[in-house]
Design a protein around this ligand. Structure first.
Ligand code: ZN
Length: 288
């Protein structure tokens, strides 16, 4: 079921659906020269074919999301989302705990949790980010879950902010996270949801590259997130808006704020029943 490679062609690999294993898919759109497809079996949206892991590694050497070069801007960007996530974790673990932030970047979320008395660890593929975080007194490893092996039941909490959409095999990553969580452990993750926006823009005839392939390989709806977490053995899965990001650039910031606040309002007014499609959301899930 875990995104089996079905054939290799010109440095591109074809994969089956990472969630349900089906190879039955339909084309949604082509962006940046990559095909974005939807699984007929479960509705999961992903890039297929895609570059090999080796090619992706090369591409990530020069990758700067949103082209933000000043580390401190990241802290501002994520402030509200980090604050809300930290509140949840503190409520769930009032005595503190041990946390691993996967794709920790410059380590701003970990610094927050450290200030609250938690034992904090991070992992990231960016050398620049890891050396910045280490320079600020954080215990951060360079690499991925594939090459940094943690013991079974090592952490109370594992977090991934805007990471899962980048991973070639998200199901495998979530299974690995479940292994390294304590029995009472909690996973908290945040992903964007692009498909509804692309659908509206294409109805209006507006061309865009919002799927951001090949950096984003997956687009998770609420159903897909629930599906993949269940498949990996997680329980008590709960998705909510979880705050609003504050990107640099006034126009983008205002749009994000507008839709973020709208999503929060709709969620609250519907007593947690309606999650506005197309905005990023946070999900928590328990190991047991
Ligand atoms: Zn599927």
């Amino acid at each position: 079921m875990e995104g089996i490679v079905t054939s290799i062609n010109h440095q591109q690999i074809y994969v089956s659906c990472n969630i349900c294993g089906s190879s039955n898919e339909k084309l949604i759109t082509t962006q940046n020269g990559y095909k974005v497809v939807k699984c007929i079996g479960c509705g999961f949206v992903y890039v297929n074919p895609r570059p090999t892991s080796e090619t992706l590694k090369q591409l990530y050497l020069t990758y700067l999301p949103e082209k933000i070069e000043d580390p401190l801007l990241w802290d501002t960007y994520m402030k509200d989302v980090f604050a809300k996530a930290a509140n949840i974790l503190v409520k769930q673990f009032p005595d503190g705990g041990k946390i691993l932030d996967i794709g920790c970047g410059y380590g701003f979320f970990l610094s927050r949790m450290k200030a609250k008395g938690w034992q904090v660890y991070g992992i990231d593929v960016s050398e620049t980010a890891v050396s910045y975080a280490s320079g600020h007194g954080l215990d951060v490893a360079l690499g991925t879950l594939d090459n940094v092996k943690y013991e079974d039941k090592s952490f109370d909490v594992v977090t991934l902010f805007y990471v899962l959409e980048h991973l070639p095999d998200p199901l495998k990553a979530i299974q690995e996270i479940r292994r390294i969580l304590n029995p009472n452990g909690l996973l908290l993750l945040r992903v964007p949801h692009t498909t509804p926006i692309v659908r509206i823009l294409s109805l209006l005839g507006i061309k865009n590259n919002l799927y951001d392939p090949p950096f984003h390989l997956n687009d998770f709806s609420n159903v897909a997130i629930k599906g993949i977490l269940k498949m990996a053995g997680f329980h008590n899965i709960h998705t909510f808006i979880g705050g609003v990001t504050s990107p640099p650039g006034a126009a983008v910031r205002l749009t994000t704020l507008f839709f973020g606040l709208l999503a929060e309002a709709v969620y609250r007014l519907s007593l947690g029943k309606f999650l506005l499609p197309g905005v990023a959301k946070t999900t928590i899930a328990k190991k047991i």
